[in-house]
Design a binder for this molecule. Structure first.
Ligand code: SF4
Ligand code: SF4
Length: 273
C-alpha cells in the first residue's frame, strides 16, 4: 500500500523525517473497523523480488502472473518502466484481499504492503545531510495511528520481514538509481521490452538465456550457469547484470573471445571477396 496523494517532491520537502531509532504510534489488527481499507484503490509498485515471491506462492509462471495481476503503465514522459498490482476494475480492491481474511498472500505480500504506514524516500544525488529517510503516511482511512502502541522504525522493519526484501532487492535498486536515467537518452521500445523481461518476467528471461545461443556468445562460468538454472534469485541477479551491459553499455558481461575471433575471421574473408 502506498499513500494516494503524496508526491515525491512534497515528501522530500514537507514530511517529517524518521530515522531507524525514531518511534511512532501504530498497531494494525483484524478487529479494527478499518481492516482492509488500505487494500483498495492503491498504487502498489512491485519489485522483481515481490513478483518472484508472489508467483511462487501462487504456483504461477511469471508471464501468467504479470498478465493476470499487474499493469505496466508507460507515459511518454516516463523513463523507467514500472509494474503495478492491478486493482479490480469495479471495486478497486486488490485482487488478493477479502474482508474476512484480509490479505490472501500475507506471507508473500509486496514490500510496499509490508512497509505501510511507513514510506521510504531517497533524494536524488543525496548529500551526507540529505540521505535516505523514512516518513509516516497518515491517512484518514487508517485507524491504526490512534492505537496506543509505540514502535521504532527499525522494530517495524524487522517485524514486517522487510530486511530480506531489501537484501534481495539491492541489484534492482542499483539499476533503478543508475545515472542512465538522469541523462537525455530514453529506452527504445525493444529495450523497454528487454528491461521488462529481465526485471519482471523471469521465466521468459530464462528461456532467453537457456534456449538460445546466449551462453555461446557470452563467457559465463559453468557453476554460475548451473546455479541460475535452479535458482530464480541467481537468475535475477544475472538479469540485472545483463541489463547493465545491454542497456547501459557497462562492461558487466564478457563476450566469448572465440565468437569475436570467428566474426573477425569472417570479416577478413568477406573483405577479401
Ligand atoms: S497484497 Fe495483500 S496487503 Fe497488499 S494490498 Fe493486496 S491484500 Fe492488501
Ligand atoms: S490499521 Fe491501517 S494498515 Fe491496518 S488494516 Fe486498518 S487501514 Fe489497513
Amino acid at each position: 500500500m502506498t499513500e494516494k496523494k503524496a508526491n515525491p517532491e512534497s515528501i522530500i520537502r514537507d514530511y517529517p523525517r524518521l530515522g531507524p531509532d525514531d518511534s511512532f504510534s501504530f498497531r494494525c489488527y483484524q478487529s479494527l473497523e478499518c481492516f482492509t481499507n488500505c487494500c483498495n484503490d492503491v498504487s502498489i509498485v512491485l519489485t522483481p523480488y515481490d513478483i518472484l515471491r508472489m508467483k511462487h506462492a501462487l504456483e504461477m509462471d511469471s508471464s501468467s502472473f504479470l498478465e493476470k495481476y499487474t499493469i505496466s503503465p508507460f507515459t511518454k514522459d516516463q523513463k523507467v518502466p514500472v509494474v503495478l498490482l492491478k486493482m479490480d476494475k469495479e471495486t478497486k480492491n486488490c485482487p488478493f484481499v477479502s474482508s474476512e481474511k484480509g490479505c490472501g498472500i500475507y506471507e508473500n505480500r509486496p514490500w510496499a504492503c509490508r512497509m505501510y504506514p511507513l514510506g521510504m524516500a531517497e533524494p536524488d544525488n543525496p548529500t551526507p545531510e540529505d540521505r535516505r529517510f523514512y516518513f509516516l503516511m497518515k491517512e484518514d482511512i487508517c485507524l491504526g495511528h490512534n492505537e496506543d502502541h509505540s514502535i521504532t522504525v527499525s522494530e517495524w522493519i524487522t517485524e514486517q520481514g522487510i530486511e530480506e526484501y531489501d537484501a534481495y532487492g539491492t541489484p534492482f535498486k542499483e539499476l533503478m538509481l543508475h545515472s542512465f536515467w538522469n541523462g537525455e537518452e530514453a529506452l527504445k521500445p525493444e529495450q523497454i521490452d528487454m528491461y521488462h523481461m529481465a526485471c519482471y518476467d523471469l521465466d521468459r528471461f530464462r528461456r532467453f538465456v537457456f534456449e538460445t545461443r546466449f551462453f555461446q556468445l557470452f563467457d559465463v562460468d559453468e557453476d554460475r550457469i548451473e546455479a541460475m538454472r535452479n535458482n530464480d534469485m541467481e537468475l535475477s541477479d544475472f538479469a540485472m547484470q545483463w541489463l547493465k551491459f545491454s542497456l547501459f553499455k557497462e562492461q558487466s558481461m564478457k563476450i566469448n573471445r572465440s565468437v569475436i575471433e570467428s566474426k573477425l575471421g569472417n570479416g577478413v574473408k568477406n573483405g577479401a571477396k
